[in-house]
Design a protein around this ligand. Structure first.
Ligand SMILES: Nc1ncnc2c1ncn2[C@@H]1O[C@H](COP(=O)(O)OP(=O)(O)OP(=O)(O)O)[C@@H](O)[C@H]1O
Length: 338
């Protein structure tokens, strides 16, 4: 069954300097209702611009944005009813009053007249994000993670249909981040709210998103499920963004025992196995050991070819030692595709 669409852009262009060097170009995207769509791309590729176009915060130079199949007016004119159905959370929390309490900040987007309704809505939002204990704290005194919870609670207080999240977990430490990600997934499931998520963190996008849109220099270059894009990326650009990988020319790949006729060979770190005996595989020099907690990421070298390898036998392969490796899978990309 086809997904019902809630938002779409049809050949939308927004250029900041009158040429294609910035902004977004000719972008057509479809946002399915009740799902999490992630937007991924390198810095400056146009992710935030696309989010602003989708939410009506920016007016396109050309092309159309549709919400439930109807043209979405830009917010540069008067606010329209549909604007309340699309809320956006940016990383800076700029529109929060730092001196006011969490309770008062949450109450701002609610009508003042109906006190009981207001109390009910604020209480509901506090419970939803698990921040009831913060209700009397001044917003400015909260930690980065707590601030993000309050900002998201406020964005959800009027039950929007679409929640746009621009790098929402940037300031949040790893433990807190997982809890917040889990809560957002729960809200999506229970409320059927649609989320559009911009993030730099591939792990976050892979675990949270139902669909991913890959943007490069203002153009959509690939889209699909996280599994599809991670496991069978069409573009070198996508593999680079989503995976911890090593990149080499076809000629260099011979050092890894790979025969390739294409321009570039890419090997994900998890597709390199450390051979149990030195007689197996080649002899690679361990140049760096990056400690990652329960595993290490080894940077190994042979004939000036660099490979990233995951090692779960901690401290077994120190810098300067040699290991044998076996490559279980690799990707080939033509030069013109990257
Ligand atoms: N208001 C603006 N005026 C001029 N140029 C802008 C404006 N907003 C964005 N740009 C430019 O448009 C391009 C895309 O910016 P955008 O913020 O959308 O990228 P991004 O992918 O979100 O980047 P990042 O990951 O670094 O946040 C960049 O070159 C940026 O400098």
């Amino acid at each position: 069954m086809k997904d019902e669409l809630i938002l779409e852009t049809i050949t939308v262009t927004k250029n900041f300097f009158g040429d294609k060097s910035s902004g977004v170009n000719n972008v057509t995207v479809f946002i399915p209702k009740g799902k999490i769509t992630g937007i991924v791309g390198e810095s400056g590729s146009g992710k935030t611009s696309l989010l602003k176009l989708l939410s009506g915060h920016m007016k396109p130079d050309s092309g159309d944005v549709f919400f439930h199949g109807q043209p979405l007016p830009a917010r540069t004119t008067n606010l329209q009813p549909e604007h309340g159905k699309i809320t956006m959370v940016s990383q800076d929390n700029a529109d929060m009053d730092t001196a006011a309490t969490v309770w008062d900040n949450l109450g701002r987007s609610l009508p003042a007249e109906d006190v009981n309704y207001k109390i009910q809505k604020i209480t509901q939002a506090l419970n939803l994000l698990g921040i009831d204990d913060l209700r009397d704290q001044p917003f400015g005194k909260l930690s980065g993670g707590e601030k993000q919870r309050v900002t998201i609670a406020r964005a959800l207080i009027n039950r929007p249909e679409v929640l746009m999240l621009d790098e929402p977990f940037n300031q949040v430490d790893a433990n807190y981040r997982e809890g917040l990600q889990h809560d957002i997934r729960q809200i999506v499931k229970e409320w059927g709210v649609t989320v559009v998520l911009v993030s730099h963190d591939p792990a976050e996008l892979l675990s949270m998103a139902d669909e991913l849109i890959v943007i490069k220099e203002g153009e959509i270059v690939e889209h699909g499920s996280p599994e599809k894009l991670y496991e069978t990326p069409k573009l070198l650009y996508t593999a680079r963004i989503l995976a911890s990988c090593s990149e080499m020319t076809a000629n260099q790949a011979k050092t890894c025992g790979i025969k390739s006729k294409r321009g570039t060979v890419v090997i994900y770190a998890e597709h390199v196995q450390i051979a149990s005996s030195m007689s197996m595989g080649s002899k690679w020099l361990v140049k760096q050991v990056l400690y990652r907690g329960f595993y290490e990421e080894l940077i190994v070298e042979r004939n000036q070819v660099i490979l990233r390898v995951y090692n779960y036998n901690l401290r077994k392969h120190p810098v300067g030692s040699k290991i044998g490796i076996k490559i279980t899978k690799f990707y080939e990309f033509g030069r013109w595709l990257g």
